[in-house]
Design a protein around this ligand. Structure first.
Ligand SMILES: NC(=O)c1ccc[n+]([C@@H]2O[C@H](COP(=O)([O-])OP(=O)(O)OC[C@H]3O[C@@H](n4cnc5c(N)ncnc54)[C@H](OP(=O)(O)O)[C@@H]3O)[C@@H](O)[C@H]2O)c1
Length: 258
């Protein structure tokens, strides 16, 4: 069994998840870099962590698929023998970004499967394992971090399914926080604003303009490492008397101004 804490990051191959993997790897966590379709990108993250003196492994599988979730946990335990941290980061945007009056069930199913059903049941699986490990004193406690979005509280009419999954992640965070506190497992939501990644590459010009106009007070794009620093703070016990909280990493976008 690894002597170091072990973190499983879903969607760790690119964007925000990649930033979280690198930050946790540099901070001394053993990291499981999950990916869905891009083993090349996941391997590159593993290499970078190795070069920095850390230890990581890439594991493929879709969070939306029950068998893949089981394999993800099994491979984590095979490789490292424990799990201390789960970061539910993997997520996709609305398919085709269609107006709510034209939105499709196909997009709904795939977005809800990846953004909500996947994290909910992966959390259930991992939480049961953490409870078992805490019971046998092989780990002292656990942390679960859910990556939601400003779309949890700010609607986009062309991404209804996406927005609803992100609102539900907030409720899921509170549900698991309540249930798992007695075991010493803290559950948190991180709510990023607009962050540079492949997901936002297609809307870069729009956001460049909105940022220049001052849509949020800190006038720049968010970066994956902005989110990663918040995740590290949460998992490294900087908030020992907190659980179920949401931390905004959005340049102040959530502030209402009159
Ligand atoms: N970018 C933003 O502005 C922003 C803002 C707020 C919240 N978020 C949230 O932050 C998270 C990451 O977003 P991002 O911008 O980094 O996205 P991204 O650049 O598109 O990267 C998505 C990552 O998720 C993985 N993934 C996709 N579907 C998966 C599945 N079914 N199972 C496992 N992994 C899967 C991808 O793996 P492959 O590489 O294998 O495809 C990739 O690593 C998402 O939950 C997103 O909703 C993003």
């Amino acid at each position: 069994m690894s002597k170091r804490k072990v973190a499983l990051v879903t969607g760790g191959s690119r964007g925000i998840g990649r930033g979280i993997c690198l930050e946790l790897g540099r901070a001394g966590y053993d990291v499981v870099v999950n990916y869905a379709t891009r083993p090349d990108a996941a391997d590159e993250v593993v290499e970078e962590i190795d070069k920095a003196g850390g230890c990581a492994v890439a594991v493929g599988g879709s969070v939306a698929v029950a068998e893949d979730r089981a394999v993800l946990l099994a491979k984590t335990l095979d490789r490292f023998g424990r799990i201390d941290v789960l970061v539910n980061n993997a997520g996709i945007t609305s398919q085709g970004r269609k107006d709510i009056l034209k939105a499709t069930e196909e997009s709904w199913d795939v977005v809800f499967g990846t953004n909500l059903k996947g994290p909910f049941f992966l959390t259930q699986l991992v939480a049961n394992e953490m409870v078992r490990e805490i019971g046998e004193k092989s780990i002292a406690g656990g942390k679960i971090v859910n990556i939601s979005s400003i779309s949890a509280h700010t609607i986009s009419l062309n991404r209804a399914d996406y927005c609803m999954t992100k609102t539900a992640i907030g409720t899921m965070t509170k549900l698991y926080a309540q249930r798992l506190a007695e075991f010493g497992i803290g559950v948190f939501e991180i709510c990023p604003g607009v962050i540079e990644s492949d997901m936002t590459a297609g809307v870069k010009e729009k956001y460049d303009r909105l940022i220049a106009e001052g849509l949020w007070p800190i006038r720049r794009w968010g970066r994956p490492d902005d989110v990663a620093k918040a995740v590290l703070a949460v998992v490294s016990d900087s908030f020992p008397f907190s659980t179920g909280d949401c931390i905004n990493v959005d340049g102040g976008f959530h502030i209402r101004t009159l």
